[in-house]
Structure formats: structure tokens, C-alpha cells
Design a protein. Structure first.
Length: 216
């Protein structure tokens, strides 16, 4: 696991993405969770609007998914066809959970417009695979908010407030992080997201430990 503190966006990861590597492949190479790479790329795309086009052009010149990856897709499709339903992420069966994560990754890529054509053309045989498009959009929005929070903290700000805030930006982030803390206390927050928050914005569960500073 790469435990170096990386300031977002990491230049090495951005270069790899610019050269056509997928978020998942970058994560495999640097040994971090794909979501960590994802939030770096969200920031990078905002700073460089041409980044996505360059990535797509480079990716198009590269070979598609490996035979092993395509075989995995066929395995997932065969399972869905046989069972007559999509795999569940909270299933007691480890294999089914793995397939659910695989589909979740494809949904996220589709929402980010980075889904490889080979996957797109193959999964068209399972029209329901995309699931709720709103859920996919909400997932992408969650990672956007995390990236915004990381940037907010890196600028030297304290934890954002959802009341008595100084700006709409602080209010938006304050409401979001308050909701994550509430879900965490209730046990409703995805463990992967808990780990990502722990790794990227340590101390998020505690928040402010001192009183509100006086207004200038």
C-alpha cells in the first residue's frame, strides 16, 4: 500500500491517466484504492479541461480490456442470465459480492464517460446492468464532494460548518460532511467510503475541536 502523503492532484497519476491508463489500472500500479485515484483525477480534470479528451484519445490508441477482463465480464453476464437478477453487494456469497463490485465499477465509469467500448458493447446484453442512473450520478457526485472537501482543507480552512457558515461553499461542504458523520454513526456509510474519508481527510469524524474563531 502506498502510504506517502500525496497532494492532490498527484502529477504522476495524472500523467498516467493522460497516457490512457484507466483509474483502476493506475490504482493497481500504485497500490491504492481506485477511489483515491478517482478523487485526484476529479481535481485534475477541473484544472485541465483538456485532460479527459487527451485520456480518451490515448486510451483509444491502446488495446482494450485484457482477455482475462473480458472473460470476467462474460462470467458476470452468464451469472445474471442464469439467476435472472443482478448480483447484490450485501450478499452472503463472496463471489456474488465480487460481481456486484465489478458492476459498480462499470457503472461509475459509465457515469464518468470512461467506460471502455468493449464493456459497453458486451453489457448491452444485460440492459438492467446500469441500474439506477440516479444512483450512479449520486456516486459520482459523492466523489466530487470529497475532492472539494480535500481542496477546502488544503487551503488551510478548518472543517466546514453546516450552520453559522461564512460562504455557500462552506455551507455545501458542511452539510455534506455532517451527513457522512451521521451515516457513519448509524452504520449506514459504505465501509469503502469510510476508509477513503479516513485516508484522505483524517479527523473528519471529529471535526472541529475548538470553538468557532471570531469573525474578521
Amino acid at each position: 500500500m502506498d502510504r506517502r502523503l500525496r497532494r492532490a492532484p498527484d502529477a504522476e497519476w495524472v500523467l498516467m491517466y493522460r497516457l490512457g491508463l484507466s483509474r483502476k489500472r493506475i490504482a493497481e500500479l500504485v497500490r491504492v484504492h481506485p477511489a483515491v485515484v478517482g478523487y485526484h483525477l476529479v481535481i485534475a480534470r477541473r484544472r485541465d479541461p483538456q485532460l479527459e479528451a487527451e485520456h480518451q484519445a490515448a486510451a483509444g490508441a491502446r488495446t482494450g480490456p485484457s482477455p482475462r477482463s473480458l472473460a470476467r465480464m462474460e462470467e458476470v453476464i452468464a451469472w445474471i442470465t442464469a439467476e435472472g437478477r443482478l448480483p447484490r453487494g450485501h450478499s452472503e456469497n463472496r463471489g456474488e459480492r465480487s460481481m456486484a463490485r465489478w458492476l459498480s465499477d462499470r457503472r461509475r465509469e459509465a457515469a464518468e464517460a470512461t467506460l471502455d467500448p468493449a464493456y459497453r458493447d458486451g453489457l448491452v446484453r444485460v440492459p438492467a446492468w446500469a441500474g439506477n442512473h440516479r444512483a450512479a450520478a449520486d456516486e459520482a457526485k459523492w466523489h466530487d464532494r470529497l475532492a472539494e472537501l480535500v481542496a477546502f482543507r488544503q487551503e488551510g480552512h478548518d472543517w466546514p460548518r453546516h450552520h453559522d457558515y461564512d460562504s455557500e461553499r462552506e455551507h455545501t461542504l458542511g452539510v455534506w460532511i455532517h451527513a457522512q458523520r451521521y451515516k457513519r454513526r448509524r452504520g449506514d456509510l459504505d465501509p469503502v467510503k469510510v476508509k477513503l474519508l479516513d485516508n484522505t481527510v483524517p479527523g473528519w469524524q471529529t471535526g472541529r475541536t475548538r470553538g468557532r474563531p471570531p469573525r474578521r
